[in-house]
Design a protein around this ligand. Structure first.
Ligand SMILES: [Zn+2]
Length: 631
């Protein structure tokens, strides 16, 4: 197989060696999510090439002479498991790239190339599973993240980006007890699931780091009789696993282990001064999705695989941030909780194991309150100098150009309002000799100037032959204030950009540790966001990015978003009727909190800000899409 690949590779190389600029970009998925690489992986001559930085994602290290890069250069690699090997890199542009799919086995990864979606998935292998009655240990070929949960005396471990073999018998399982261990997969094979079928509910404690190749979970409270296999009648250890001895089938997939839905039993709200806390009692933990909408301002939590134990009436709250709560069975197995806000709030959502509830805490976002004019805003035009960012589809434009042009418009608009608006770069320069130095100095700049808010301006580019079009905005991880900031700015930009809305997203969707710049700035305690203002490889987006009118309009929209974040939008509430009672539309499938059919809601009409507040002609007067919402 490998010989064939190598032969075809040489044959293609001999016949046609296309210019590398014609290489087509692809996506690399590791750990269950697309990884963010500054130089995207490409598909050349039948192989997927990724920059050396991709090795990080699978815990591997490399050594090479990066000063004198040349095609065919030897790179020495040590896998996470300690295996040493070398590989010839290819020079693509000025980046050394490795044939990542070909070296996957050496890296301890299972590679899965999808020709249609142009996605290369790397998944870790399970090296061993061991259970001795007091500890469950799982070893993977490289560090992975995982989640532990508990359901009806079942301990469930979900391993992200881990390949489960089709047959459990292919796994090295060491189990000295009679307690059944089941394995399967989930999330279209991106998540490996291990279920320990315990005879009763017991305590479990995760002892390993959240990202590791050696997962350890301790179990306490099992008696010798439990371990010896006095399993209650009717409990079938492994009803879904194929029978042992079944001949291997190429097409066999690991069994999908689905869990019964959790039930939402109660919902309550407490006011803690300026903070409101919503508690959702559930029979067990469940996955959930959060989203925000602006105008009307709402925070929405969708709980997956959940059912309501009873009907819940709408709950008026009357808190300074939270008007009321509505709950509904959004889909057959999904519960939606809508929190109607008086202004955009910073939401923290956490599962509280002790009380068995999902705790949603709403507070005023960090550095919000008062007037935008009193704040220090750091504007960060991405890339610069030797780092051009993504290249435009016209073969000339470089992302760094529009980043700077829009940032300069933004600085002027903010300065005109009396805001202290500082730029990480004002000219076409790189802020360090390496990418890391560059990012560090941008974050250090924000910290040094005690920034209240940080806005990074970028242009987008993705893998694949056809570029999408649209605007997307990122915040770091689950940082609540940054999330609020991202929604405020994104919702304003989307009203003027006339480009598809690609929503607000956590940067964890891109990369396990998020985006370097956001991670650094947020760790300084500064709410931060990164907006991707169109795709440089899409002709429509690129034309806009080059257009001074677009640059100006977008900059003004960012100002409105920042202003909403800081000052709130009390004006839009005053006109929505009695502020004491929350809107009471029932939550149905058609409800618009997450994916709104645009026609269901009428756009709230904007009224002027109260006369006491200084009014800028650019503030919230633009047309707003009805019930605009984001995942
Ligand atoms: Zn960029």
């Amino acid at each position: 197989m490998r010989h064939t690949t190598a032969f075809i590779f040489l044959l293609v190389l001999a016949l046609v060696k296309p210019p590398v600029s014609a290489a087509d970009e692809v996506a690399l998925v590791v750990g269950g999510g697309k990884i963010f690489l500054h130089t995207p992986p490409v598909f050349v001559d039948g192989s997927v090439y990724a920059p050396l930085a991709a090795l990080d994602a699978v815990g591997a290290k490399c050594e090479t002479d990066s000063k004198h890069k040349r095609d065919g250069q030897k790179v020495k690699i040590t896998s996470a498991g300690g295996k040493k090997f070398s590989c010839r890199a290819r020079l693509v542009g000025d980046e050394l790239m490795l044939p990542i799919r070909d070296i996957a086995p050496e890296l301890g990864a299972v590679a899965d190339w999808d020709e249609v979606s142009r996605i290369l998935s790397l998944r870790a292998r399970i090296e061993s599973i061991a259970f001795d009655g007091s500890e469950l240990r799982v070893t993977t070929s490289y560090p992975v993240t995982y989640a532990d949960s508990w359901w009806n005396a079942k301990l469930i471990l979900d391993l992200h980006g881990v390949q489960m073999p089709a047959r459990q018998s292919d796994l090295p399982i060491e189990n000295s007890t009679a307690i059944a261990i089941r394995t399967g997969s989930h999330d279209n094979g991106e998540t490996g699931r291990i279920v320990l079928d315990l005879p009763k509910a017991v305590e479990h404690k995760v002892k390993s780091a959240r990202k590791t190749s050696k997962i350890a979970v301790s179990i306490s409270g099992l008696r010798p009789a439990d371990l010896a296999g006095v399993i209650p009648e009717g409990r079938v250890a492994d009803e879904k696993a194929p029978p042992v001895g079944q001949p291997p089938q190429a097409e066999t997939k690991p069994p999908v282990i689905e869990l019964p839905p959790v039930s939402v039993t109660d919902i309550g709200c407490r006011k803690h001064g300026r903070r409101a806390e919503v508690r959702v009692s559930m029979s067990g933990p469940a996955k959930y999705l959060t989203s925000m909408t602006r105008q009307p301002d709402r925070f929405v939590v969708d709980i997956a695989n959940a059912v309501l134990a009873r009907e819940f009436d709408d709950m008026p709250v009357g808190h300074e941030l939270l008007q009321g709560i509505r709950v509904g069975q959004f889909a057959e197995k999904a519960v939606r909780i809508v929190m109607d806000l008086t202004r955009i709030a910073a939401p923290d959502v956490e599962w509280d194991e002790a009380s068995g509830s999902l705790v949603i805490s709403l507070r005023l976002p960090k550095n919000a309150g008062g007037s935008l004019a009193d704040k220090i805003v750091v504007i960060d035009p991405g890339h610069g100098g030797k780092d051009p960012g993504a290249g435009g589809c016209d073969g000339q434009w470089q992302e760094k150009n529009s980043n700077l042009a829009i940032a300069l418009c933004l600085q002027k608009a903010l300065s005109d309002m009396g805001v202290c608006a500082l730029m990480t770069r004002k000219t076409d320069v790189r802020l360090g000799s390496t990418k890391t130095e560059d990012l560090n100095s941008r974050a250090a700049f924000a910290r040094r100037h005690s920034a209240d808010l940080f806005v990074s301006i970028h242009g987008n580019s993705v893998s694949g032959p056809r570029s999408p079009s649209g605007i997307e905005t990122y915040y770091h991880g689950r940082e609540a204030s940054s999330m609020a900031l991202a929604y405020c700015v994104h919702s304003e930009v989307i009203t003027v950009a006339d480009l598809p809305d690609l929503k607000v997203k956590s940067d964890f969707r891109l990369y396990q540790t998020g985006l370097g710049i956001l991670r650094r700035v947020v760790s300084c305690g500064i709410p931060a966001m990164l907006i991707e203002l169109g795709f440089v490889k899409h002709p429509v987006d690129l034309a806009k990015l080059k257009d001074p009118n677009f640059q100006q309009e977008v900059a003004e929209a960012v100002v409105r978003g920042l202003r909403t974040y800081v000052e709130g939008n009390s004006s839009s509430l005053r006109q929505s009727g009695n502020p004491e009672s929350p809107p009471s539309e029932p939550i149905t499938d058609a409800e618009s909190a997450v994916e709104p059919p645009a026609e269901t809601h009428d756009a709230p009409k904007q009224t002027d800000k109260p006369a006491t507040e200084p009014q800028k002609p650019t503030s919230t007067t633009g047309p707003h899409r009805p019930g605009e919402a984001y995942k």
